[in-house]
Ligand binder design. Structure first.
Ligand code: C5P
Length: 406
């Protein structure tokens, strides 16, 4: 999946040791399908050579507004007219000050000022020492740049090249790539609060054993990411999975179905959409023992009895907020056969307006899937694709249902 296919980016490097990460970032942007024109300040060229950036971007790097190779001698204008975005990474404290003041004394600052601001977003990935970052002058400049229309992608926290530790590191290249990709997604869920449940639950038998299932959580995490990209506030209630939290998503980790019910009911108070992708265990052992059940050599096996878990989706779908239309509930059904009939029946049983069917054994743990969207009117198939693309399609579908309702 080439998330940046057809996009033309101007990648501006300003002075800072984080320039070494800009090389990897450039490579990721190109791999994601973008064409990348690199521009470097004099200070940036002290940290990494233009030759490296030329090799990675496959285009000569622009270094000066006095470049005689530009036929009309207007590099600062030409550079941004065909651009879909200008990305400054790393963005130094000094460059932030230039942006805040509208200065234009080198090619990077000139092109930022000369870009068609309504059409070409300016994305900043700051990088500096923690004291420089928290300095009131930097924060003032940052606020001014944002007020003038720039988007700050944030900074990382941790060990710095100077040996100190704190806020101000440049985000990792993968994080910047994800933020650039997100910036191009339509903001279909702006103002909405989306709650997603994902992954399996784990029902303890004793302190070392339990019952779970093969859900990887990938579909739910992709939906949380797509909802965030679409501008929503997103809370992700996750069972035990080994997946990174999508950027900008608030995550609540839970273990059992009962934990998940509590978390979902609490978060559901403020949500406007609930997407229940979690593969919740239907039953749990009636009694989890405090101590490990021992094999005593007699050949006797433990007798386990089960009780039914609460149905989280059905419970939330019955809540006053869902019934009044303030909360739009979406269920998932992992089936092994008769997808349409099973999904239709499940939609009615759960009392939700939209139920998404998929074939469990064909999707658990995989990176792709196929979805069947079932509502009161009928069914629509989203053909097999990677989970993030499907998640974006599902989010667009949910957004159109909410706006039709509102
Ligand atoms: O009944 P079944 O497990 O097939 O239903 C699937 C849908 O119901 C999913 O959306 C799942 O997250 C939700 N569910 C639930 N609580 C349960 C069982 C399923 O919320 N105990």
């Amino acid at each position: 999946m080439k998330d940046l296919a057809g996009k033309h980016l101007v990648l501006v490097l300003t002075g800072g040791v984080a320039c070494y990460k800009a090389a990897e970032l450039c490579r990721l942007l190109v791999k994601a399908g973008a064409t990348v024109q690199v521009v470097m300040s004099d200070a940036a060229a002290q940290f990494i050579t233009p030759v490296t950036m030329q090799a990675l971007s496959q285009h000569p790097v622009r270094l000066s507004q006095w470049d005689a190779d530009e036929p009309n001698a207007m590099g600062h204008i030409n550079l941004t007219r065909a651009a879909d975005a200008v990305l400054v990474a790393p963005c130094s404290a000094d460059f932030m000050a230039k942006l805040a003041q509208g200065r234009a004394d080198d090619l990077p600052s000139l092109l930022c000022l000369a870009r068609p601001a309504q059409r070409v977003p300016l994305l900043l990935a700051p990088a500096m020492n923690r004291e420089m970052w928290v300095h009131p002058a930097t924060q003032r400049n940052l606020a001014q740049a944002v007020a003038d229309g720039a988007t700050v992608l944030g900074v990382g926290c941790g060990e710095q090249a100077c040996g100190e530790s704190g806020d101000g590191r440049m985000l990792e290249p993968q994080q910047i790539l994800a933020a650039v990709v997100a910036s191009f997604q339509p903001k279909l869920l702006q103002g909405q609060h989306v709650l997603v449940s994902a992954g399996p639950t784990y029902e303890a038998i004793d302190p070392v054993r339990g019952i779970t299932n093969l859900s990887s959580g990938k579909m739910g995490f992709a939906i949380a990411r797509a909802a965030r990209e679409a501008g929503a506030t997103v809370t992700l209630v996750a069972g035990p999975v080994h997946l990174a939290t999508p950027a900008g998503v608030q995550r609540v980790d839970v273990v059992s179905a009962q934990n998940m019910l509590l978390a979902v009911m609490e978060q559901g108070q403020k949500a406007t959409v609930f997407v229940s992708t979690a593969a919740v265990a239907d039953w749990r052992p009636a009694q989890a023992t405090d101590q490990k059940i021992k094999k005593d050599g007699s050949g006797q096996v433990p007798q386990l009895s089960f009780v039914e878990n609460p149905d989280i989706l059905a419970t939330l779908a019955q809540s006053p907020r869902a019934q009044s239309g303030e909360l739009f509930c979406v269920g998932f059904a992992a089936e092994s056969h008769d997808l349409l009939a099973n999904a239709q029946a499940k939609r009615l049983r759960k009392g939700v307006p939209l139920l998404v069917g998929n074939i469990g054994p064909a999707t658990f743990g995989q990176d792709d899937n196929a979805l069947l969207l079932v509502d009161a009117q009928g069914a629509r198939e989203l053909p097999r694709s990677d989970k993030l693309s499907l998640a974006r399609e599902l989010i667009a579908d949910i957004a159109s249902r909410i706006s039709a309702k509102g």
